[in-house]
Design a protein around this ligand. Structure first.
Ligand code: BDP
Length: 716
């Protein structure tokens, strides 16, 4: 009797657990395929797995395939070395004669060091599927891709896939502090449990590595760019080494942020001058020590002379002097230095937009071979929409890498649904015209447009200790999409969204089309209700939460919203043409001419480059003031329509995530309305024109919006 009760309880618990989709599994959900036709088709084509487990990476591939296939197909997968009908064979040409004989030299060459080939083959009348690569890591990537084919319901009877990454180093940047706070993190505390490392290896570290490997991410910077020298101490290096060992089978290298003043703080030296012999030696010794702990250490990421961080300029040296000194220290071990170009100074009277270019362009050609400049996508700071950074294409002899922000510091943090790959693509596909038409930003990053020997992309992570990793369930799509684009920036946002939805939520066609529609529109919606027509940096001071276009009291002019929008009785926007700061002169002539002319400047960038009269006629026929009101309102309307669309999904996806997203959309609608009302009430004090009919009237007074305070907003 008691036994029966126990069984019932256990069964109920199991079924509750199955229904409870808390998001922990990310896109690596391996529940049995629910479409019976598809399931039986797959079952007839896959029956056994052949893979040698002779390296930690191949063991990882083996484990993932076994769990993935058995879960998705709901059947036992046999392990065989002999070929039978339905064998899934994983191997390099060296490991397997069958691979060597059935994958051509051109195919395997195209796969390169990290890529893979997936194809069908007929061996002595037996139908098999091959996942081939030149390296074990290529096999792991291929295995994940094969699992993805099943998760997304793709046919597998006529496969001929060759895939290799266009960018060599695909990196996450964690802005995680040693006390487990995360700068600009909105998903709980840092996943690195420094205190319990190295003895305690959280299961999360492995699942983190699996998730990253599944999308091809192969590097992680563990610590904040606003760096703490302590991470370079022996005690912390041991902790880093434990993480590195957990990630290694998954092809993920560890990098650290280097605080420029570490020789003083840790080493007790009197100076951190990069030309000082003792300082150089300190870094060389430190590098050697790091490599003793972590033999495949990737290198350093450095924020120097930026927002108060120490750097070579403290000693009258240049960024090149600083970067080269560190580069020399890691070069003997194959390490690289990612030197950030995010520098601007309040003391420089020039437009902040121009400062990074002015600082780095003259240093072109002066950097060591293992230095890459890490440049944010736009010239200011991860705004909802920015024109591409003028440094892309401008440095002929220095490799540049892209820095995107996956965490949504300025894009609604963890309460707004916004699918960032749309924005990432906008930047990657932007044409710099540096070498004529077609010189896209992406071509400078992947090296196809020059002779750069190092290619890399970084994404500032949105990962934290929240059960679902990213706070907002849709934040996962931005981590996923970033990785997929770092692997192949030619993928479309539509395809990435669809893949992610199928793996994360459902293969139901109706639900996919609704969710995809929401995701693809989400970025434009957010731009409309936050910063339409080229407005930027008008968020709350410090925490960057919510609207605060009126703020003017921070000590630095270039930290204040009024610096960026420049609204007055004549109009609004920052004149960056030759009559203004002339920042446009940093772009190629074709781009400059187009953007300098108010008639040809795309309206989405208008206020980035022009101070425009309130009565200026827009393409729609409305005045600028009316258009601004209209755009804000359109943003609010569209997010309300998303809320209605989401409601239709109630029976089509799991309860828990449905409810979570529904609640978050409620917050998003509230906050979008707040943005519209606060911004329009404020800008109206300059335009002195009525809010047009059809646009919602602000619900509160301007003073009310100005009085709001958020002392404990996260991430600050
Ligand atoms: C800004 C963030 C700040 C970062 C800085 C950076 O507000 O927290 O430290 O960028 O990228 O966006 O260095």
């Amino acid at each position: 009797m008691r036994k029966a009760l126990l069984i019932v309880l256990l069964a109920t618990y199991m079924s509750l657990r199955l229904n409870a989709e808390d998001g922990y599994r990310l896109w690596l959900r391996y529940d049995r395929i629910s479409n019976p036709t598809l399931l039986s088709a797959y079952r007839s084509q896959i029956s056994s797995l052949s893979i040698e487990k002779n390296s930690p990476t191949l063991t990882a591939a083996h484990d993932e395939l076994l769990t993935g296939l058995e879960g998705l197909l709901g059947m036992k997968i046999n392990l065989h070395t002999s070929i039978i009908n339905g064998t899934l064979l994983i191997g390099t040409p060296n490991q397997s004669k069958t691979v060597a004989n059935n994958v051509s030299r051109t195919e395997i060459e195209k796969a390169g060091k990290q890529g893979f080939v997936i194809k069908n083959a007929l061996i002595n009348g037996k139908k098999i599927i091959l996942v081939a690569a030149n390296t074990d890591i290529g096999l792991l990537y291929g295995s994940f891709h094969f699992i993805r084919l099943l998760q997304t319901g793709k046919p597998i009877s006529n496969l001929h896939i060759i895939s290799s990454p266009l960018i060599e180093n695909r990196i996450l940047n964690h802005w995680d502090n040693l006390n487990r706070t995360v700068e600009r993190g909105y998903a709980g505390s840092s996943i690195w449990d420094w205190h319990r490392l190295p003895g305690y290896i959280d299961q999360r570290y492995k699942d983190y590595a699996r998730a990253n490997a599944s999308i091809g991410i192969n590097g992680t910077v563990l610590t904040n760019v606003n760096a703490n020298a302590l991470v370079l101490s022996g005690m912390y290096l041991e902790k880093c080494a434990a993480l590195a060992a957990t990630f290694r089978p998954y092809g993920i290298r560890v990098y650290l942020t280097a605080r420029f003043s570490a020789p003083v703080e840790l080493g007790g030296l009197k100076t951190a001058d990069p030309l000082d012999e003792k300082v150089k030696q300190w870094w060389k010794d430190k590098a050697a020590e790091i490599y003793r702990h972590i033999p495949d250490f990737g290198g350093f990421l450095v924020k120097a002379n930026s927002e108060g961080q120490p750097g070579p300029q403290n000693y009258g040296r240049t960024h090149a002097d600083g970067a080269n000194m560190l580069a020399d220290a890691v070069a003997p071990f194959g390490g690289i230095v990612m030197w950030r170009a995010f520098v601007y100074s309040n003391e420089t009277p020039d437009d902040r937009f121009k400062q990074a270019y002015n600082e780095f362009k003259p240093l072109d050609g002066l950097f060591r071979k293992n230095v890459v400049l890490q440049v944010k996508n736009g010239p200011i700071d991860f705004q909802p929409r920015e024109p591409f950074h003028p440094l892309f294409g401008a440095m002929k002899q220095t490799p540049l890498m892209m820095e995107f922000q996956i965490t949504q510091e300025y894009l609604g943090q963890a309460t707004h649904l916004v699918f960032l790959p749309v924005m990432f693509k906008e930047v990657l596909d932007a044409d710099t015209y540096i070498n004529g038409k077609g010189s896209t930003v992406a071509k400078f990053i992947d090296g196809s447009s020059g002779n750069q020997n190092l290619s890399a992309m970084a994404g500032v992570a949105n990962i934290g200790s929240d059960r679902n990793w990213t706070g907002h369930p849709f934040g996962q799509a931005n981590w996923y999409g970033y990785g997929r684009l770092a692997w192949d920036h030619r993928l479309s946002s539509t395809d990435i969204a669809e893949e992610w939805i199928r793996q994360t939520f459902t293969n139901d066609a109706g639900a996919i089309s609704t969710i995809k529609n929401i995701m693809l529109r989400s970025h434009e919606m957010l731009v409309n209700y936050m910063t339409p027509l080229g407005l930027n940096h008008i968020m709350g001071n410090g925490h960057h939460y919510g609207p605060s276009p009126w703020s003017a009291n921070l000590p630095r002019a270039d930290w204040n919203p009024v610096y960026y929008h420049r609204a007055d009785s004549a109009g609004i926007g920052f004149d960056r043409t030759s009559t203004g700061s002339n920042a446009l002169s940093q772009y190629a002539q074709t781009v400059r001419t187009k953007w300098e002319n108010i008639a040809s400047c795309p309206e989405e960038y208008l206020l980035w480059f022009h101070h425009v009269s309130w009565n200026h006629k827009m393409k729609s026929g409305r005045t600028l003031w009316e258009e601004l009101c209209y755009k804000y309102n359109e943003g609010v309307d569209s997010i309300q329509s998303v809320q209605r669309q989401w409601k239709q999904l109630s029976s089509r996806i799991d309860k828990q995530r449905f409810a979570e997203v529904a609640m978050l959309l409620g917050i998003q609608v509230e906050e979008a309305t707040w943005w519209r009302d606060a911004c329009l009430s404020y800008f109206q004090t300059f335009s002195r024109q009525p809010i047009p009919r059809g646009v919602g009237e602000p619900r509160h007074s301007l003073d009310y919006y100005k009085s709001l305070r958020f002392p404990y907003a996260p991430g600050n």
